[in-house]
Design a protein. Sequence first.
Length: 392
Amino acid sequence: MFDEKTVLAGWMIDGTGAPIQKNVLLGIRNGVFEKIQSFPVTSMKPPGILDLSEYTLLPGLADAHVHMFMSGNEDRSRRKQQLNEGFHQVKKTISRHLEQLLVHGVLAVRDGGDKDGYTQQYKKSCMKEPYTDISLYVAGKAWHKPGRYGSFVGCALKKGSLAQGILRGSDDIDHVKIIQSGLNSLTVFGKESPPQFHLKALREAVNVSTRLGLKTMVHANGEVPVQIALEAGCSSIEHGFFMGEENLAQMAHKNVFWVPTAYTMKAYAEHAEGSNVDRRVALRNLDHQLEQISEAKRLGVPIALGTDSGSIGVHHGSAVISELRLLLDAGFSMEGAIKCASFNNARLLGLDGKGFMKKGMRADFIAVKGSPSGLPESLRDISMVHVGERFL
């Protein structure tokens, strides 16, 4: 039995960074794009066609940096409670976040870890319909040095080498998360923290991860921590505030992904009242990060959109819209920004057959009412989500 449908799109952004296409006919057979071609406006519409001529179609989106166990709740007392909740409560939180992701057309996420490994546990035992349509990639627990930043998203290396720790904790994870620096300063502009792991230890960790078939997701801010991570051969740099042009050039040369998470700084600034966050510093951090993103674009650094959802004011699903807007502010076209959230993320996560709309690819796409000029804000009201053979 064959499942076939024909869709007429008013506009299509295919996810590769190619120019927006207008009046496109898409043939879908058994969950795969069988044909994608232009459709002259003077042509007669085929019988049984799904007419989306007033809609923009784009590939399912992905978020390359989230923390599923935490919400973006702005209430600081509630955030402290979340850090100490048991799995029974956290699994409800994760399910709610998966629902928020689906509503915003996000069909894949890469989790950056939690101290109890609850997201890993959720994936193993609780993933049910309709959330199975989301590709959830988990790190389990992130690795950090004893006494250094990272305890709320992972565990400290208590004995042996980092590589040995990764070997011991590699069951049922999709990638390795390593904390290589401190948190980006929110009180002193440009302040850098020393690296957590020296080059030899980090290189051994990356090599072990590679042998296990796992990519390395490295939290690193500042020139030296990022430099060491790049020399060690990491798969991606997370955050990368104040890493500098030399590191950006190396990332372009080595084709290392960068996940800038710029919106976190805007969110910190918006919710600075009553905290130790200096709003002016957060905004300066944001401006500097946008300058680095612009330079990365010029150099050809592959940028993967990630939001750090779960950070204060950074809500799962909707934060993708905010991060897209900042990519536009940094000089990306709409097509280029969507590529960061689809094609590039698919490459980083290893989403075979997904991430862009071409013949032979899986028919995952979202539809928003109106022309592309309404993006990214129109993603707040997605009309349809199509996964494989069906609409959700």
